[in-house]
Design a protein around this ligand. Structure first.
Ligand code: IPE
Ligand code: IPE
Ligand code: MG
Length: 261
């Protein structure tokens, strides 16, 4: 579906990005949307006010990502560890997909966006699950930007599930143990149809991955921003993409055009 590591899909003619080649637009951008609680606290508001504000950022960033020519946008919305938070906050977070989609699904459909999910949806409350499944179904035939929500997602869970599935297939003689390759593992993860992220953005100032896409991020360019997610805007995304464009990816090889290769 996607040619891995190719950057030939950009449609930007942005002045701010003009100095960079159009083929340096990342195909897949993944974002750890962090800092909602601190954003609210700084304003003397309850943490949930930050989560509410976060939905506006998602709208802005989705539009801007599409405009820049990004093809896949994966957003870490709820981790397998976030259940540890106080119940009222978890309950609020579980209402957000509905609220977001109620006010925005029509626009997403108009924008030709394909909504997808990644994570263990079985543990979500039924109202959350229904809203998300409805959005996925309604946008299934679209052909534009893939907006992939990581919901009750955790990389360790993902890898354990992949291992179990592979062991089962080997046990059933459907797969030879010798035939288990990197591609086979990748196919059993929760993002089998997506190319690995080219760029990971984490907002909110923390410099860690918090159990996010550990396999898929093996060669991803990492970008950490101190901005809280509700403050992240079009310019913030442009800056991240522009810094990405200036980086030299080597995948363990040598610099492009190097004399020594
Ligand atoms: C990110 O913001 C949203 C989720 C993890 C669901 P936080 O709620 O983690 O905000 P901080 O990090 O406490 O500021
Ligand atoms: C990561 O943020 C999860 C999401 C953004 C959904 P957290 O706020 O949960 O991460 P930690 O706890 O600071 O590592
Ligand atoms: Mg946080």
């Amino acid at each position: 579906m996607f040619e891995k590591f190719s950057f030939k899909t950009g449609k930007t003619d942005e002045p701010s990005l003009a100095s960079h080649k159009v083929n340096k637009i990342p195909v897949h951008v993944a974002i750890i949307m962090d800092g909602n609680g601190r954003w609210a606290k700084r304003r003397g508001l309850p943490r949930i006010a930050g989560h509410r504000e976060a939905m506006k950022t998602i709208k802005r960033v989705t539009k801007e990502a599409d405009r820049l020519g990004i093809k896949v946008l994966t957003l870490y919305a709820f981790s397998t560890e976030n259940w540890k938070r106080p119940k009222p906050e978890v309950d609020f977070l579980m209402k957000l997909p509905q609220q977001f989609l109620n006010s925005y699904l029509n626009e997403l459909i108009e924008q030709n966006v394909q909504v997808r999910t990644m994570g263990d949806l079985s543990r979500l409350p039924s109202h959350t699950l229904q809203a998300v499944e409805h959005a996925v179904a309604r946008t299934q035939k679209n052909t534009g930007l893939i907006l992939n929500f990581a919901l009750n997602y955790g990389s360790h869970l993902e890898i354990v599930r992949a291992m179990k599935a592979i062991i089962q297939e080997v046990g059933d003689n459907r797969l030879d143990a010798e035939a288990v390759t990197e591609e086979v593992v990748a196919r059993h993860l929760m993002s089998p149809a997506l190319p690995d992220p080219d760029l990971l953005i984490r907002t909110g100032g923390e410099v860690r991955l918090s159990n996010f896409m550990l396999w898929q991020l093996a060669y991803t360019e990492l970008y950490f921003s101190d901005e809280y997610w509700p403050d992240f805007n079009e310019q913030s995304l442009q800056k991240a993409v522009s810094i990405f464009a200036s980086r030299q990816r080597r995948y363990g090889g040598l610099m492009e055009g190097s004399e020594e290769n």
